[in-house]
Ligand binder design. Structure first.
Ligand SMILES: Nc1ncnc2c1ncn2[C@@H]1O[C@H](COP(=O)(O)OP(=O)(O)O)[C@@H](O)[C@H]1O
Ligand SMILES: [Mg+2]
Length: 436
């Protein structure tokens, strides 16, 4: 017992004189003592007042000390218990120690023996208590570290997936740029040849017309009617008219190819991280060209594009945002859908809304759609990354993205981007480039 430490002691013995003696001795050492003359009284005392040490006589009438020892140890794990008995029985002593007694004292005991044993038992208790506390602290620390490790691992997996996705987008972008370039040349000569072919057909048509007129004026009637019959059989008049139409349609087709190619080029420009002054309406148009195939069979797209000032941005990244939102809208629509795109300049802030009348998002999912990997789509169709990447890109542009949705009615995404001449890096955002 460290000197100066006082204890609350409960002395349990059916002999009142012994109780009084032990109490006196211990009080002389500065401890506070109470006495109980039976096992049941001891339990009641323990329940009413806190206690550090219990001197417990084994041999008591009715209930013995051994009988309550286990209950006491379980109920009061911090209580030191010293068994006291007149019986010189080693087996009882060992039994008591096995049940958790902290010491064993033979009656009659001297003052020195008693106080030393009491102090010893108390010290043992304290060491055990400290040990338990440290263990708890340690296991708390271990589980805290485990939780941190698990969170770090999850974060690592997320960024790994995100990087993979971005790599994939970059690869698709490069591929698209290559394909666009390859398509550009043949489309160019097809367009130019169609122009020439159109002129040739016009001349052929004029020649046939003139020949018919000459024949009608100068040839014998039989030759004229033969000529007319052959013209009719070969459907020459129809062919001449239709050829011009076919050429016009083909020209229109090449114009469309050119637009798609231009969209692909805009979309996948190699100047990936170059910030430039761009018109957001152009970004929307070129993205629409790219996703047209996803939309055209089941939706009509209406546009209300306001006059916008140029703003510093990473256009290909914004294209990716618009593409993610538009593809999600297409996924939300089964048939006869409508997508309305509106852009406005609201006093220095460009507001873009993309509204669909698709299936909508239930309230419990609404807060989660910007979480990485949150998807309600089957494996292979959704990665759950589109919205989280989009939110990140909009954040990099100092803008905001929000969503309103109603199940069965549709979803509206609103993106706001402050108009700026140069894009400063966001704090902790890592945009890395400005329009210098
Ligand atoms: N326009 C929308 N209509 C209905 N649900 C949508 C819409 N946009 C996003 N969502 C919901 O948000 C989820 C997350 O979208 P996203 O991050 O793009 O991942 P993914 O499309 O790969 O599932 C989707 O799975 C879908 O449940
Ligand atoms: Mg998506």
């Amino acid at each position: 017992m460290p000197s100066g430490t006082t204890m609350q002691v409960l002395v349990v013995d059916d002999e009142p004189e012994i109780c009084a003696l032990y109490c006196r001795w211990l009080e002389q050492e500065g401890h506070t003592c109470r006495a109980a003359h039976s096992a049941t009284a001891a339990l009641a005392e323990l329940g009413s007042t806190p206690c550090d040490l219990m001197l417990l006589d084994i041999n008591m009438p009715e209930v013995t000390g051994i009988e309550i020892l286990q209950e006491v140890k379980e109920g009061y794990p911090d209580l030191a218990v010293v068994i006291v008995t007149a019986m010189q029985d080693r087996e009882i002593a060992f039994g008591a120690m096995r049940l958790g007694a902290d010491g064993y004292l033979n009656k009659p005991a001297g003052k020195m023996e008693l106080t030393l044993l009491a102090a010893n038992a108390m010290m043992r208790r304290q060491v055990e208590r400290e040990h338990r506390r440290r263990q708890e602290e340690l296991s708390g620390l271990v589980s805290e570290r485990n939780a941190k490790l698990a969170a770090a691992y999850e974060e690592l997996q997320r960024s790994h997936h995100q990087i993979l996705q971005q790599e994939k987008m970059a690869a698709i972008g490069q591929l698209a740029a290559g394909v666009a370039h390859e398509i550009n040349n043949p489309t160019g000569f097809i367009a130019s040849n169609l122009g020439t072919l159109g002129k040739y057909i016009e001349r052929l048509a004029a020649c046939i017309r003139e020949q018919g007129e000459l024949l009608a004026a100068h040839a014998p009637a039989e030759t004229v009617s033969q000529h007319l019959a052959s013209r009719q059989r070969l459907k020459i008049d129809y062919i001449l008219k239709d050829a011009a139409d076919l050429i016009d349609e083909s020209k229109e087709g090449t114009e469309r190819i050119k637009k798609i190619v231009q969209g692909l080029k805009n979309f996948s420009r190699k100047d990936q991280e170059v910030c430039q002054l761009s018109n957001i309406n152009d970004c929307i148009e070129s993205t629409l060209n790219i996703v047209w195939n996803e939309l055209k069979y089941k939706t009509t797209v209406s546009k209300e594009l306001g006059t916008l000032p140029l703003t510093a941005c990473f256009p290909q990244q914004l294209n990716q945002v618009f593409m993610n939102v538009l593809v999600n809208a297409a996924h939300a629509i089964t048939a006869n859908g409508e997508i309305h795109i509106r852009t406005r300049d609201e006093n220095g802030v460009i507001a873009i809304t993309i509204a669909d009348n698709g299936c909508g998002i239930p309230p419990e999912n609404l807060a989660r759609i910007f979480e990485p990997f949150f998807t309600t789509k089957e494996v292979g169709k959704g990665t759950g990354l589109g919205m989280s990447i989009s939110a990140e890109i909009v954040k990099r542009h100092h803008g905001e993205i929000s969503v309103a949705s109603e199940v069965g009615r549709g979803t509206t995404f609103t993106i706001t981007l402050p108009v700026s001449e140069r894009l400063e890096p966001r704090e902790g955002g890592g945009i890395g480039a400005t329009t210098d």
